[in-house]
Write a protein that binds this ligand. Structure first.
Ligand SMILES: [Fe+2]
Ligand SMILES: [Fe+2]
Length: 273
């Protein structure tokens, strides 16, 4: 099992919504794809994101059961890209007899982390046959599309995941605001499954609110990793694992150094060629 980095309370509370401006054609393509997928998915599941000032309106109300259903589906999709990216690079390394420069471990760790999110939420809800069918169909379509896309343009795919994570953070931030405002009183006090305590090394009295804070921080890390990888050439070293610059201000696995919109290539790769 990959050991989860320790986040401090201050670090996880400081995570916030962020948006990386789309600058290139690849960026705009990825952003448009995400916006289309999000609005289709929201429409299909009847989810409405409240505009500012309307968070407490009845028509935007989300119960714990509705939240869990949404998390379950999204986490099941979120576990796909890291595994596909890791797999493609793994096979490429075997095939062309070249080292990978440490991307594989970060990508597989991301897939593992997403699956831990899924396994945690799975302890809290019992999906029915319709949901199981959605998971099957969703994965069947998404895995194949993402796989082919990753063969064509890995950088566009990492940007796509960066934008996907931006959306995930918008959703989790809304959930945390709902909890703070007393709209989901259960999650202020309800404990978390054993698997979550073990993975994030939480106290025995950790609540669902704490758990959502941790999950959101993980998504923030994925947002940073994927926006950064999208700025690199696929042959560059992975700066989250390999020390590429000669100071401490470089990407890391923890939240000690953290850049919500990703690191620019010139700042993390020693030379610019
Ligand atoms: Fe996740
Ligand atoms: Fe994620």
């Amino acid at each position: 099992m990959w050991v989860h980095p320790i986040y401090t309370r201050e670090q996880i509370e400081a995570i916030d919504v962020a948006h990386r401006e789309a600058k290139t054609f690849r960026d705009r393509f990825a952003l448009t794809a995400i916006r289309m997928i999000r609005s289709t998915f929201d429409f299909a599941t009847g989810y409405k994101h409240p505009p500012p000032g309307h968070e407490a309106d009845k028509k935007f109300e989300m119960t714990p059961e509705l939240w869990l259903r949404r998390f379950l589906f999204l986490e099941s999709i979120a576990g796909v890209p890291g595994m596909v990216g890791g797999m493609v690079r793994h096979l490429q390394s075997l095939r062309i007899l070249r080292r990978d420069n440490a991307w594989i471990e970060t990508l597989l760790e991301e897939a593992y982390n997403e699956r831990m999110h899924l396994l945690t939420f799975m302890q809290l809800t019992k999906p029915g046959w319709f949901m199981r069918l959605m998971l099957l169909g969703g994965q069947g379509v998404f895995f194949n599309l993402f796989f082919v896309s990753y063969l064509i343009s890995p950088r566009t795919c990492h940007r796509f995941v960066g934008y996907l994570e931006e959306e995930a953070i918008i959703t989790y931030t809304r959930c945390l605001k709902d909890i703070a405002a007393g709209r989901i009183p259960e999650w202020k006090t309800e404990g978390v499954p054993q698997i979550a305590k073990k993975y994030w090394r939480l106290d025995d009295n950790a609540t669902m609110e704490d758990l959502i804070y941790y999950v959101r921080a993980d998504e923030a890390k994925h947002r940073e990793v994927n926006h950064t990888l999208a700025n690199l050439k696929p042959s560059d070293p992975n700066p989250f694992v390999i020390h590429t610059v000669h100071n401490d201000n470089q990407p890391s696995k923890s939240l000690k150094t953290y850049n919500p919109i990703g690191w620019e290539r010139k700042d993390v790769i020693g030379s610019d060629n």
